[in-house]
Design a protein around this ligand. Structure first.
Ligand code: PHE
Length: 347
């Protein structure tokens, strides 16, 4: 081994022994620095003959390149080791379970209301919403309720501690029927002067309130009003529309309906609509579903329309009950307790 080879071996071993980048740079200076060993060798060339200088110079330059390569290799090895150490320190444990994002969903009653809207919408019905705090006139008087009708009494209706312009207590609407009046009056005003007026076809779903609470009644519940008014709208149309609605809602074409005589101040004649499933656990039993009837002439007048000319029907049904029937839920209160164990079943 000549002196140059042994110098290369020494440099390589000092580089490899340097544990950090800083110490590696010190080792580099010892060989390639201003007064390093290689630099000293180059200085020594001056004393040689031109012939010797040439061959010795070339040898020293090869040595220099070899030392630089050894240096570079060690630099890379150190950088690599540092990266590995860093990666190890910052290691991700991919087996740790992630933070779950709770998935929300529509309330089952909201789903029912959307379904009602879609089916009636396909039959040309508009969807309207209105206030839950109503005037006495909208909830009762306009709907032909006599002054002493029990619905007005404190036992059934929640009143708000504020009086309306007529000096009567505002109420939490006990039904969606005021929406018949609000919508029809708006429609009549919008189409004033049009002859004949375009038909009124609307449903109005929303929250309603009554002083009542048990497994099938909640002080807050939902109703969906329906109204169809024109020049020749009859009970026959109501029966067709409502039966078709139920068959589509429950996806059961064998559903039958029947109209049972009843009484409401705002309809004459009035009927309860009952339905019977053709299949399933409730098959063969008549179930009460909605109140309905031909709108009373006094109410048509309160719509701002001529009862001699315009006629039609209204109905009011309970989306809560439709939801109970559709999903087989037996206690209405479950819908409003907001227990996720119950609600998440409808996701
Ligand atoms: N408003 C009535 C109720 O709450 C239902 C109904 C609506 C009846 C429309 C006839 C016509 O019981």
């Amino acid at each position: 081994m000549n002196d140059l080879d042994s110098l290369l071996a020494q440099a390589a071993s000092e580089f490899d022994a340097a544990p950090t980048a800083a110490e590696l740079e010190n080792a580099k200076a010892r060989f390639l620095g201003k007064s390093g060993r290689v630099t000293e060798l180059l200085k020594g060339l001056g004393a040689l003959s031109p012939e010797e200088k040439k061959s010795r110079g070339a040898d020293i330059n090869r040595l220099k390149t070899a030392i630089e390569q050894a240096l570079q290799a060690r630099r890379e090895a150190l950088a690599d080791a540092e990266l590995q150490a860093q990666l190890k320190a910052q290691a991700l444990d991919v087996t740790l379970p992630g933070r779950q994002r709770g998935q929300g969903s529509l309330h089952p009653v909201s789903r029912t209301i959307e379904r009602i809207e879609a089916i009636f919408g396909s039959m040309g019905f508009d969807v309207a919403e209105g206030p839950e705090i109503e005037t006495d006139w909208m909830s009762f008087t306009a709907l032909n309720n006599p002054e002493n009708h029990p619905a007005r009494s404190m036992q059934d209706t929640f009143y708000v501690d504020v009086k309306d312009a007529e000096g009567r207590w505002l109420n939490l609407r006990p039904h969606t029927s005021p929406m018949q009046v609000r919508y029809a009056r708006m429609h009549a005003a919008t189409h004033a002067g049009q002859d004949p007026m375009p038909e009124i076809r609307v449903i109005a779903p929303g929250r309603t309130y009554r002083v009542d609470s048990d497994a099938t009644h909640s002080p807050m519940f939902h109703q969906c009003e329906g109204l169809w008014i024109g020049e020749h709208i009859s009970f026959k149309d109501l029966k067709v529309v409502f039966t078709d609605f139920l068959r589509r809602f429950f996806e059961d074409d064998g559903i039958e309906t029947r109209f049972r005589p009843s009484y409401f101040p705002f309809t004459e004649p009035s009927a309860e609509i009952d339905m019977m499933f053709a299949t399933g656990p409730l098959k063969g039993r008549w179930l009460e579903l909605a109140g309905s009837g031909q709108v009373h002439p006094n109410v048509v007048r309160n719509y701002g329309l001529d009862p001699e000319r315009y006629i039609g029907f209204a109905f009011g049904m309970g989306p809560d009950r439709l939801t109970m029937l559709r999903y087989g839920v037996s206690d209405l209160r479950l819908f409003f307790e907001n227990d996720l164990r119950f609600l998440s079943q409808f996701r």
